[in-house]
Design a protein around this ligand. Structure first.
Ligand SMILES: [Zn+2]
Ligand SMILES: [Zn+2]
Length: 242
């Protein structure tokens, strides 16, 4: 028996001796999938969402806390659901632990976000530059559904000096301002979708959209944004980032 097979047998055996701990609720459950039965059921429960018509962020109040003071440079924002509860736990497993099981449980949300964005031949996907590979996984899945879609890695993050970073850390919007650059020539007449894994304030997506608009002359109506999941606005806490 080679090491790989041995470790596989060992992990299967351990699963039977020690029950699994659900990453979403912390309850134990006897061997099975990634989530406990209860969380698995909750995962696909329908939710009532109140997205801002301008930036697509999920609001707690009637008014979007972010759009009060900013201009939004994309025309539509699509997402597969709220970044909370079971989904948040799965997302973290997919992103930081590279769990394939978590990715496959999140797939229905990805598909619904893609569906909301619409699928057409003329679209060009622009992945947000990221150290994590979840954005790339999402792009790959998208390509499987729509093989003729174009993916262009045109957005690059500029390197920042350390002192500059520390100074700007307190203000997310100031930190992002001017931090991206477009490295390929993009036609202003095509349809672009900026793709990120999770959006909180939409600041990254909006800053990339602004860069596309200002550096490549792409009009707002040709830029859309997509994230797999969307964080809900927390009144008060994020206001200082405005
Ligand atoms: Zn659970
Ligand atoms: Zn808004």
């Amino acid at each position: 028996m080679d090491t790989k097979t041995a470790s596989k047998y060992l992990s299967v055996t351990l699963q039977y001796i020690f029950p699994e701990i659900c990453p979403a609720c912390g309850n134990t459950f006897p061997f099975g999938s990634l989530l406990c039965q209860n969380c698995h059921t909750n995962l696909y429960a329908t939710e009532i969402l109140l997205p801002c018509q301008t930036c697509g962020n999920l609001m707690n109040d009637e008014e979007c806390q972010y759009c009060k003071t900013r201009e939004v440079f994309y025309s539509q924002k699509c997402n597969g659901g709220e970044y909370s509860g079971v989904r948040k736990a799965l997302f973290r497993l997919a992103k930081f632990n590279k769990s394939r099981k978590a990715v496959s449980l999140l797939k229905p949300f990805l598909l619904s976000a893609i569906e909301e964005c619409g699928t057409s031949r003329n679209q060009i996907l622009l992945p947000v530059p990221s150290r994590h590979n979840l954005v790339l996984t999402m792009i790959r899945e998208w390509k499987l559904i729509q093989p003729d879609i174009q993916i262009v890695n045109a957005v690059k993050k500029k390197a920042r000096k350390k002192e500059q970073k520390q100074k700007e850390r307190r203000d997310r919007f100031a930190e992002l301002l001017g931090s991206f650059t477009i490295e390929k020539s993009l036609s202003p007449d095509k349809q672009y979708i900026i793709v990120d894994d999770v959006a909180t304030t939409g600041a990254t997506l909006n800053e990339i959209a602004r860069t596309l608009h200002e550096q490549a002359g792409i009009p707002r109506e040709n830029i859309r944004a997509m994230s797999l999941l969307q964080n809900r606005q927390q009144s008060g806490i994020h206001q200082r980032f405005l």
